[in-house]
Design a protein around this ligand. Structure first.
Ligand code: SAM
Length: 155
């Protein structure tokens, strides 16, 4: 049964539409002390922008081919293969992340909305980052329609 201790996620979810908005968050959300997990790094184009702003970055992708290209292009960055839905594999990275960046193919469609929400909740519960920044047009649209009700009591 629900009680007052449930649903108190500390993590902020930042929904962006398109890669331009996704990258615009980097100078705003990343601080020099941040330890970042990037999911869906492809060839490392966004990774290098993140890496310049944070203390530590592990950039990941499900595709080994992408990871091989990224490692060649940016040898200073740590790139690893990871299927985002395999949380055990993510935990084996062995680091406590302060921010998580997610840009995975297929997460922008409305059909993917439940996957997006469950993915974010899973990473928020396991790593307790301050923020998860995600590229998902459908989540951004959904978030715009949400209002968190606050009961106000007359004084
Ligand atoms: C649009 S690309 C990412 C582009 C990259 N973030 C950038 O800014 O250049 C999407 C990436 O998601 C990766 N991907 C798809 N499914 C994934 C999964 N389950 N786990 C991790 N990465 C996944 C793909 O391999 C692909 O490289």
């Amino acid at each position: 049964m629900a009680n007052e201790n449930q649903f108190k996620l500390f993590t902020k979810f930042i929904a962006t539409r398109g890669v331009e908005e996704y990258r615009q968050t980097i100078p705003i959300w990343i601080r020099p002390e941040d330890i970042i997990l990037e999911i869906g790094c492809e060839w490392g184009t966004t990774s290098t922008l993140i890496w310049q702003k944070c203390k530590n970055l592990i950039a990941t992708d499900i595709s080994l081919d992408c990871i091989k290209v990224a490692r060649t292009k940016y040898p200073g960055i740590r790139f690893e293969t990871l299927d985002a839905f395999n949380i055990q594999q993510a935990m084996k990275l062995g680091t406590k992340f302060t921010k998580i960046y997610i840009d995975m193919s297929g997460l922008s469609s409305y059909r993917a909305l439940l996957d997006v929400i469950s993915l974010m909740n899973m990473y928020a519960s396991v790593f307790e980052p301050e923020a998860i920044i995600i590229k998902s047009g459908s989540l951004k649209q959904f978030a715009k329609s949400c209002v968190a009700w606050k009961t106000t009591f007359p004084s």
